[in-house]
Design a protein around this ligand. Structure first.
Ligand code: FES
Length: 254
């Protein structure tokens, strides 16, 4: 296909965004995450698709790459749309570092729209998709319009939360705060408390207890001959030392 007048080759299954980025074209994104699949929620990755003498704007993260596509990533309509998307996000969230950086890079006016809300969440849905992939499926979108938000069922503490912190790691704005304590942590946004599992050797906390317990059960049930109890009872450095010890024993015996 053609991007900004340059002929490029896409790989099977790629989206326009992936091809463009692989070929060195810069397209900003917020809701896109390589490991989570496409969602198309933030609209920051809009590109112009030319079809004959007509053209339309489309989200490049959900648009499958195919031959004969003609894409513009920096045309006037794209730049105008990008600035409006950024201005709307700033009106919703205020000057979050990630938004401010994008606004400065693309020259968005931070004051076009009055401040509507003070919410760090940009509704990109990364946390929802991560929670689904992990298998807990605790998070989902609730309500409609300006009241839309990401929440646990009925906005309450959920027993199903594993404490894996996948949601925290994929959030682009840092909206899901974590309050750390000695024996555990709280995911502030979901009001969910977790206890740490302590390493059997060194006694240090290393992973959420519920996560270790559930993942251990899952592997035992699904992986034939799985005997890796060490994974859920030892922290990574004690596990490594133990493995190194076992390996050197084998080497000595030989
Ligand atoms: S990155 Fe494409 S819509 Fe958000």
């Amino acid at each position: 296909m053609i991007i900004n007048g340059q002929e490029v080759e896409s790989c099977p299954g790629e989206t326009v965004l992936e091809t463009a980025r692989r070929c060195g074209f810069e397209i900003p994104t917020l809701c896109y995450h390589k490991g989570l699949g496409a969602y198309g929620g933030c609209r920051l990755c809009l590109v112009e698709v030319e079809e004959g003498d007509r053209s339309l704007l489309a989200a490049s993260c959900t648009l499958p790459a195919r031959p004969s596509l003609k894409i513009l990533t920096e045309s006037q309509p794209v730049q105008r749309a990008r600035l409006h998307v950024l201005a709307l996000l700033l009106a919703r969230c205020g000057p979050l570092p990630v938004l401010q950086e994008l606004a400065e890079r693309y020259g968005a006016d931070q004051h076009i729209y009055p401040r509507l809300q003070e919410d760090d969440c940009i509704l990109c849905g990364r946390c929802v998709r991560a929670c689904e992939i992990v298998g807990a499926k605790v998070l989902s979108f609730t309500w409609r319009g300006s009241g839309r938000k990401v929440s646990t069922p009925f906005g309450r503490f959920s027993e199903e939360c594993l404490g894996c912190q996948a949601c925290v790691n994929v959030c682009p704005t840092g909206a899901i705060g974590v309050h750390e304590e000695r024996d555990g942590f709280t995911l502030i946004r979901w009001k969910t408390e977790h206890q740490y599992a302590m390493c059997r050797f060194c006694g240090r906390p290393f992973v959420a207890y519920r996560f270790a317990e559930n993942f251990g059960k899952f592997l035992k049930a699904h992986v034939r001959g799985f005997r890796g109890t060490d994974h859920f009872e030892l922290c990574s450095s004690c596990r490594r030392s133990l493995q190194a010890g076992k390996m050197s024993e084998v080497t000595i015996k030989r």
